[in-house]
Design a protein around this ligand. Sequence first.
Ligand SMILES: Cc1cc2nc3c(=O)[nH]c(=O)nc-3n(C[C@H](O)[C@H](O)[C@H](O)COP(=O)(O)OP(=O)(O)OC[C@H]3O[C@@H](n4cnc5c(N)ncnc54)[C@H](O)[C@@H]3O)c2cc1C
Length: 348
Amino acid sequence: MSQTAALSDLTSIQIGGTPAEIYVAKTRDDLVEHTLELWRSGDDWLVLGGGSNMVVADDCSDLRVVKVENRGIENIRGKDDSKVTLRVQAGEDWDEFVAYTVEQGLAGIEAMSGIPGTVGAGPVQNIGAYGQELSDVLLRLEFLDYETHEVAVIEAKDLGFGYRTSVIKRGRPGVITWVELELQKLDGLSRPLYSTQIAADLGVEMGDQVPLVDVRKSVLKLRASKGMVLSKNDPDSVSCGSFFTNPIVSDKVARTLPSDAPRWEDEDDEGLTVKLSAAWLIEAAGIGKGFSLPGSGAAISSKHTLAIVNRGGATANDVLQLASYVQLQVSNRFGINLVPEPNLIGFD
Ligand SMILES: Cc1cc2nc3c(=O)[nH]c(=O)nc-3n(C[C@H](O)[C@H](O)[C@H](O)COP(=O)(O)OP(=O)(O)OC[C@H]3O[C@@H](n4cnc5c(N)ncnc54)[C@H](O)[C@@H]3O)c2cc1C
C-alpha cells in the first residue's frame, strides 16, 4: 500500500520533505518483497520505522521509503519455565511491546519503557535507558541484507553491539523483519536495578528487585520530566531524543576535565575507558537549556541540554546548524568531539 506524506508528518522532530513514494508494508513477506523490488530499481531508499531517530533533508523528492508496519508477537519457546522467548515483528510499537511484557510479568526491558519507535529499529542503535540495553535480551533477528539481497537469521553475538551502535548502524544496510528476545519470569519483579535514578525515585537500593509495574511507572515519570516521552502536550518532545551520544574517552583525556564532570569508568580490551556526560559537557561549554541561534526554529530543549527540538517551522538546516554549533563549542572548550545519535538522511 502506498501513501503520500511529508516526512515531517512521520518523524518525531517533524522535519523532512515529501519523498517520491512511501510504501507501507503490513506483513513480513510484503516487507521483503517490496524492499527487494525497490533495491532492484536502483533508486535511493530509506527504511522508516516510527521516525523517532532521524533528521531528514527538506528536499528528499528522489527518496523511496518503505514504512515498516508488520505486527505480531509470538511466544515461541523458553529455555526453561523461568525464561520466555518472544518473536516480535519489526513494526510493533516498542513501548506498547514493553507494556505487554510488563503485563505478562516478563522482566528484561521494563527500564526501556517510553522509548519511542518500532521494535525493528531497536537493534540498529542498540537502544537503551536506565541501565538496560536491548543487547542484554536480544537473541537473534531476521535481516534482509542489501549486499546479498538475501534473508538471513543473525545471532546477537554477530551484530557487533556496543553503546548505541551495531554493525547495522556502522554501515551494513538492510532491513530487520523480526527480532527474538529472551525475557525472564521473576514473580512479577524486575531485574536487579542498575539505575540510581530509578532506585532513588522508588526509595530502594541499587540491585534491588521491585515490581515491574513500579519500574515502568517510575521510568515514564522520569522520562517525562526530561521531555523524553513523545507527547502532544510537551513541545520539548518534538525531537529525536538525545541528539548526541555520551562520548567514551581514554582515562588520560578524562583527567583533563574539571573534577565535577560526571564520568563512568569501564575496563575493556583497550584498557580503561571513561564515558562522559554529553549533557554536562554542553552545559559546561556555555549552552544552556532553551538556547537557540538567532532566527532559527531549532532550540535546545528547555528540559534537557542533550535534545534539540523543533520549536515550530524548523528546517533540517536549522537543526544541523545548531548541532554543529554545539559540537564546536564543546570541542573548543574541552577538545572532545560530540557524535550525533540520530540518522541524518539525505544530506551530502
Ligand atoms: C523523545 C525521544 C526519546 C528517546 N529516548 C531514547 C532512549 O532513551 N534510548 C534510545 O536508545 N533511544 C531513544 N530515542 C531514539 C529512538 O526512539 C530509538 O532510536 C528508536 O529505536 C527509533 O525507532 P524508530 O522506529 O522510530 O526508528 P526510525 O527513526 O524510523 O529509524 C532509525 C534508523 O533505523 C533504521 N530502521 C528503522 N527500522 C528499521 C528496520 N526494521 N530494519 C532496519 N533498519 C531500520 C532507519 O532506516 C534509521 O536509520 C528517543 C527518541 C525520542 C524522540
